[in-house]
Unconditional design. Sequence first.
Length: 209
Amino acid sequence: MGIIFAILVTFALLSVAEVHWRRKNYHEEFVRKFVHISVGSFVAFWPLFLEWNEIRMLSLAFVAVVALSLKLKVFKSIHTVERPTWGEVMFALSVGLITLITNDPLIYTVAILHMSLADGMAAIVGIKYGHKNAYSIFAHKKSLMGSLTFLAVSLAILATYVVLSGATINIGYIVVLALATTALENAGWRGLDNLFVPLLIAVALEMLR
């Protein structure tokens, strides 16, 4: 039942986004980031009702579905982007790979939230307020406001982890980790940050645990 619930909710969120994209109710990038934030945040809490093997199975299934959708342009709301990217595929892949790094549900959640919330909010803020402070890395448009937003959200997520886990972690380590993920997100080529950012978080926190 948990797997069915996960699939139904994910499909429902994708369908809502697709309807808004086709009706042109919102900017295309806002619709993409709605999917990124909503689906990603939902996936972040899968350990609450799914076993690790079930998450791995769903990860592989979603990699196949997203890759097929990318080729056939089924869900245009998440694939309509100016630059070539495999970000959605990388994100689906990272969901399963994180479970091979840690068996701590909280670390898993923190890792996924870095790509759903931190990355999603950075893009939204960058679109709205980043026009005058934009720059390019590997031909990808970035903005100072977007990067600062990612850093701020990353720090908030990591601070919440420290409080909830009761871990004794040096604040300097948290700041360095947040800066590292921000830099990695900036340098992400064709969506590879969707894979490497959550993996970096999972590895770093698992080493401390």
